[in-house]
Design a protein around this ligand. Structure first.
Ligand SMILES: NC(=O)c1ccc[n+]([C@@H]2O[C@H](COP(=O)([O-])OP(=O)(O)OC[C@H]3O[C@@H](n4cnc5c(N)ncnc54)[C@H](O)[C@@H]3O)[C@@H](O)[C@H]2O)c1
Length: 257
């Protein structure tokens, strides 16, 4: 590893699983002290323990990003523990299935509460602290669902579209604070989030759902959490010092068709 985040403090939401967990491990390996924030306290503890056992710096913080006080206290804990905050990765997300004819109001509200409001609340809490550090980076987790329609995922597509729009607006507002704001739009990555969707697509057969999904990817396979984590590392580090307001698609060519 090359120490690309030496001396930096990064808060990653949804870091108890999948892409967030891979990013927590990679950021720590690159020298960052990582605040592993997740709704599931045990999952956050497991990720943090893995990092500290490997000689890295991490703490676990239980948080529901959709609750303002909890977002505030996660940021406060980062600064109390590590003295500063440089990077926020708004990765926590939930999906929601169904067309507009089928989706429930409760699913729609939760999808927006976690994906969109959670991004707003964590960013609002973090911006003053990142500005105090002299600037830094915020990375928002979009999806290819923000860029193309996906059948039976109405709320998720709409919520990720909002995250992409919010990213552009934040980039303008925060440039004067020396905070760069970019979004990643990953294609399908096999994580616990995606398993129910892949199973449903295959009519209950996971292997069939996987094969149907892979067929949409010119590169001939799905992505891995580590591949998305490496994009996040680029956006968190000075390697991307001239990027702000960018929507970085990482999808094996899926939206190029
Ligand atoms: N996996 C994919 O194919 C894919 C594709 C595009 C975008 N994404 C996005 O990437 C992000 C991570 O997805 P993943 O596939 O790693 O999912 P995952 O389910 O493996 O991990 C998501 C984590 O977020 C946590 N979480 C859920 N709600 C939360 C809340 N309210 N507060 C705090 N933590 C919460 C969960 O406990 C879980 O640990 C999500 O925003 C997702 O929408 C995923």
């Amino acid at each position: 590893m090359t120490g690309r985040l030496d001396g930096k403090v990064a808060l990653i939401t949804g870091a108890g699983s999948g892409i967030g967990q891979a990013a927590a491990e990679l950021f720590a390996a690159e020298g960052a002290a990582v605040v592993v924030a997740d709704l599931r306290a045990e999952a956050a503890e497991e990720t943090a323990l893995k990092i500290t056992k490997g000689g890295g710096k991490a703490i676990a913080v239980p948080v529901d990003v959709a609750v303002a006080e909890q977002a505030e206290s996660a940021v406060a804990r980062a600064v109390a523990e590590f003295g500063r905050l440089d990077v926020l990765y708004n990765n926590a997300g939930v999906d929601s299935s169904g067309s507009v004819a089928e989706a429930t109001e409760a699913d729609w509200d939760r999808c927006f509460a976690v994906n969109v409001k959670g991004t707003f609340l964590c960013s609002r809490a973090a911006v003053p602290r990142i500005a105090e550090s002299g600037g830094g980076a915020i990375i928002n987790q979009g999806s290819v669902a923000a860029l193309v329609g996906i059948r039976n995922f109405a709320a998720y597509c709409a919520a990720k579209g909002a995250v992409v729009s919010l990213t552009r607006s934040m980039a303008l507002d925060l440039a004067s604070h020396r905070i760069r704001v970019n979004a990643i739009c990953p294609g399908t990555v096999f994580t616990p989030l995606m398993e129910p969707m892949l199973r449903a697509r295959g009519g209950g057969d996971l292997e069939a759902g996987l094969a149907m999904t892979v067929a949409k990817y010119p590169i001939g396979r799905l992505g891995t959490p580590e591949e998305i984590a490496r994009v996040a590392l680029f956006l968190a580090s000075d390697d991307s010092s001239f990027l702000t307001g960018s929507i970085v698609t990482a999808d094996g060519g899926m939206t190029a068709q």
